[in-house]
Design a protein. Structure first.
Length: 89
């Protein structure tokens, strides 16, 4: 069973602001979710699938698409035929 101090700790780790008024509500909801997992843990596994697995992916088909110039037509940040994006570190 999760206690309010546990919910406070989880909220701090996740950087979620929970007020003291919301703490008891979140604690109750958290425990309800864990109760559902306990129910799922009690479901028996038969170990075998009744249906054979089949690959449902379709074959790739080449279709007409935009040209490079058409794709870049509405951007202000094109460079050497590509979209220019900010650097990400």
């Amino acid at each position: 069973m999760i206690e309010e101090k546990d919910v406070e700790h989880i909220a701090m780790l996740a950087q979620i602001g929970i007020t003291k008024e919301e703490l008891s509500e979140f604690t109750g909801q958290f425990n309800e979710i864990l109760d559902f997992f306990n129910i799922l843990d009690q479901v028996e596994d038969t170990g075998a699938f009744e249906h054979e697995r089949v690959n449902v992916f379709r074959e790739d088909e080449i279709e007409p698409s935009l040209t490079q110039d058409e794709a870049l037509a509405n951007t202000r940040n094109a460079e050497d035929g590509f979209f220019r994006a900010p650097r990400v570190m």
